[in-house]
Design a protein around this ligand. Sequence first.
Ligand code: PLP
Length: 380
Amino acid sequence: MIYLDNNGTTRVAPAVFEAMVPWLTEHYGNPSSLYPSARRARQAVEDAREQVALLLGCQPRQVIFTSCGTESDNAAILAALRRTRRRHIVTTRIEHSAVLKLAAHLERNAHAVAYAPVGADGRVTLEALQSLVRQDTAVVSVMWANNETGVINPIEDIAIWCHNKGLLFHTDAVQVPGKVPLNLSALPIDYAAFSGHKFHAPKGVGILYVREPDKLGSILHGGGQEHGLRGGTENVASIVGLGVAATLARENLDNEILACAQMRDHFEREALNVFPDARINGDRQHRLPNTSSLCLPGLQAAEAVKQLGELDICLSAGSACTSGSGTASHVLTAMGLSESDAQATLRLSWSGFNTPLDGPRAIQAIASVRQAQAATLQTA
Ligand code: PLP
């Protein structure tokens, strides 16, 4: 199998899996209990918190384990709203549904939301956000890097401006670990969301970073877990795996960035050679090293993804959550692509588990699928 959908999800790293097993088979005590195996589980959770804090560049007490990126995004925005009577939210048109669907829900429930546009490069500007902020704005939420295009937003400038304005700032940073250096303690970001399965930990475990945990309040009411902030027995094995994945992401960061960028850039050069009418969507400079959003005019990308799947090549059209839905990507149309160009776009995303041959093989397969689609159209 050629797996080029690492923004969708990643393979669990072997070292992550190995580290998890004993917490499922041997040391399965509840970390809140008092016998020795339970105390070991408690310690394992705290060790993982430290490993995650090292990756994020923050204090362990600022790390809260959640079930996924979606939960972290929801919890962050709802927590920000609990801190104030203000009811206005500023976000962007290119957010993941974890933010957009919550925003739509809040709009139906006595809140107002403003959505910043992006340029043709897929980036949000500070100016666009500034023009939307009102007296009653409670929180600004802007994704660090977009999952479909890989485009990176000017998060540092936005965070500093929001902080100076007295606005709470949340960033959906789900696509960032292992691809961009992180040092959250150097930035006035109030909340950030992460998800284990995007960087070689298992699905079903996420992180909520909170700059001032004392001001968070409970995000799940129940037991006293996560310092009383998120009730619910900890997913010990997955949290241990997340800790190991965080260490791997930190230690391998430079190599991973280099390897992915080389494979991605080689793929794009080849693709533009083979398909002279192709276009790369989004800013090429401010972009994750592992992501390519490739528009092949005329291609039925959703259909192509299925056809490539038959050839054991995994990639996506738009984001994993919307692919198959038949509607054009909201991210690409926000960048000004026509519906048909958005529907002709493939997303490929690499990880350190890819080999340099994966890209060229994908190009061959895409070429044959494109030819087959064109032939079918002609005979129709
Ligand atoms: N935010 C972004 C940018 C994502 O890419 C994703 C997953 O695709 C999420 C949030 C949701 O993460 P999870 O699948 O862990 O809920």
